[in-house]
Structures are given as structure tokens and as C-alpha cells.
Design a protein around this ligand. Structure first.
Ligand code: GLV
Length: 322
């Protein structure tokens, strides 16, 4: 059986499904492998199943060696993978698009509602066990109906968030490097930032989008607006965000991802107008099983069936394979 290294724990029944087709070595425990463990664990394998926490670069691909044919990245985002380096070595990389769209969009709307209706803030308040009483002016938030939702990056997840926002009565605008077939108005980013009540980030992390939301972008937002990030932490300059929240440049933020994960900027932890979740975008049982299955399918396609996986990031790698 082909030999596969798995860097993470996976939900049932994925481990059993992998074991049916492959000789699996799984990294033990709940913490990700160190770089050294990853390099050693990958050596001599035919396939790897990894997460966004592992950097798959030329060094790793060389350490894995010439038998390596496929890397299944257990995520839709693949900023952790040097796809060109993999293609140059005839290694096919596949990701897990589609199956996590809905879960991530739902989490995004959860964060928006939580932030604007002050649910987690109210929870913290009650747990402090101070006195309180209902009143017509107690802990007022704001509703979604009629508000403008600015989607930055109109891929699958951005579209799903736009549709859910519309279901709550929001007006949707979007910014994207290229015009898209979509029923919503496309704006330049600067205009979107100036207009939106909720700015929600859905662009991938690339050299162009690193710190896309910096001090200048935050200054362009409305003082009553909020920022939501469920894509990748480094799209936001976290220190600039803390400054903007402290100064009242924007009204609040809801974050699922962090610039230096798993670290969270200490300034964010102190602010009431911030909702934080620990990278839960795709974290439903159904979605994680579906993501695991796509990884199994990608490994099987290359190592058992001799075909290019449906979610290959660069099918040229398949053609270049020795
Ligand atoms: C998770 O962060 C993903 O990219 O799927």
C-alpha cells in the first residue's frame, strides 16, 4: 500500500477510510508537528495530508523525497503551500473547496450578529455577576436590515456570505480585483470601505492581500462600521486594528483568524467591542468529515487510480509527474 503521512487528528470515519487504502503514519497528539517532526515524518512518503499549520515548501518537498506524488491540504486556503515548487517536482497539491463554504459563511454571520447584538459582550457582563435590570436603553446594539454589507473578495465564501446577508435585509456591495458575474455592485476597495456598515473579508492571503486592511484602510471606514475577518489573519494589520478600535476610528471587530495564530494580540482581548473565535470557520462535524473525504479522494486519485484529483491546484503538476 502507498505510504501516507498525516499531520493531524481527523474526525471519524476518516482515519478508518485512510487506513483501508494506505499505510498511514499519523502525527500523534493534538499539537501540530514541529518543523523537524514534519520533515522527518514526510521523508520517503508517497502522499501527505497536512493542514494550514504546516508550511509545504521546497525544503519540505525535498525532504519528502522523489516518491512524493501528492499533498492533500486539509483547507481551502493554501497560502501555506508553495504550489510552484510542488509542480516543479511533479507533486500534485489538492485543497478542499466547496464543502466548507456554507459552514464558513454561517460562522461569518454568527460573528456579525454576535458583535452587533452584543451577545458575547452580554455573556461576559452576566458572568461578572454585577447587578442589572432590563430597560429600554440597556445594551442597545444595531440590526442588519437596511445596512450595507461590504464583501472583500467575492469567491465561493464571499458569495455565500452575501446571500445570507441579503436574507437579513442587508444591501450587498463587493470589491474584487476583477468584475464578477454577480447581482451586487462592485466598488473600488476604498469606496467599499467608506460606504459599508459591515466590512467582511473573504479574499485569500497572497502577497497582494497581506495587510490589505492597514491603518489607512481602517481610517477610510465609517466610525460606526465594523470589520469581520474569517479568511486569514495576516490580511489585517492587527496592531493597526487595535489602535483603530481604541481610537474609535471604527466601532468594532469580529475575528476568527489572527495574524500570528494561535497568538491573539493582547490589545484585542481587552476590548469589549470585539468578538473573537478560535478559527472555527469550517468547524462543524459534517464539514470536517467532508473535508477529510476530499483529502482521501485526492490521495486515492493519484496513488491508487492514476488520475489527477478533481481539486488539484495546478493540474500541470500531474502532467509534469515522472
Ligand atoms: C481554513 O482555514 C481553510 O482555509 O479551509
Amino acid at each position: 500500500m502507498p505510504s501516507v503521512y498525516v499531520s493531524c487528528r481527523l474526525p471519524e470515519p476518516i482515519p478508518a477510510e485512510l487506513a483501508r487504502s494506505f499505510d498511514v503514519t499519523a502525527h500523534p497528539g493534538d499539537l501540530p508537528p514541529t518543523r523537524e517532526e514534519l520533515l522527518a515524518g514526510s521523508a520517503g512518503r508517497d502522499g501527505l495530508l497536512v493542514t494550514p499549520l504546516e508550511r509545504i515548501d521546497a525544503e519540505l518537498l525535498d525532504a519528502a523525497g522523489p516518491r512524493l506524488r501528492v499533498v492533500a491540504n486539509h483547507a481551502v486556503g493554501y497560502d501555506n503551500v508553495d504550489v510552484a515548487a510542488a509542480t516543479a517536482r511533479g507533486v500534485v497539491v489538492a485543497n478542499t473547496p466547496g464543502v466548507l463554504t456554507r459552514a464558513t459563511a454561517e460562522l461569518t454571520l454568527t460573528l456579525v450578529l454576535d458583535l452587533l447584538r452584543r451577545v458575547t459582550e452580554g455573556d461576559r457582563f452576566l458572568r461578572r455577576r454585577g447587578p442589572w435590570i432590563w430597560s429600554p436603553v440597556f445594551m442597545l446594539g444595531s440590526g442588519l436590515d437596511g445596512k450595507t454589507l461590504g464583501i472583500v473578495g467575492l469567491g465561493r465564501i464571499g458569495r455565500a456570505v452575501a446571500q445570507l446577508g441579503e436574507a437579513f435585509g442587508m444591501r450587498v456591495v463587493y470589491a474584487s480585483p476583477r468584475p464578477q458575474q454577480a447581482p451586487w455592485k462592485r466598488l473600488e476597495l476604498a469606496e467599499l470601505l467608506a460606504r459599508a456598515d459591515v466590512v467582511s473579508l473573504h479574499c485569500p492571503l497572497t502577497p497582494e492581500t497581506r495587510h490589505l486592511v492597514d491603518a489607512q484602510a481602517l481610517a477610510a471606514m465609517r466610525p460606526s462600521a465594523v470589520l469581520v475577518n474569517t479568511t486569514r489573519g495576516p490580511v489585517v494589520d492587527e496592531a493597526a486594528l487595535v489602535d483603530a478600535l481604541r481610537a474609535g476610528t471604527i466601532a468594532g471587530a469580529a475575528l476568527d483568524v489572527y495574524e500570528r495564530e494561535p497568538e491573539v494580540h493582547p490589545g484585542l482581548l481587552e476590548l469589549e467591542q470585539v468578538v473573537l473565535s478560535p478559527h472555527l470557520g469550517s468547524a462543524t462535524v459534517e464539514t470536517r468529515v467532508a473535508m477529510g473525504r476530499l483529502c482521501v479522494e485526492a490521495l486515492e486519485a493519484v496513488l491508487l487510480d492514476g488520475r489527477c484529483p478533481a481539486n488539484a491546484l495546478d493540474p500541470a503538476a500531474w502532467r509534469a509527474a515522472p
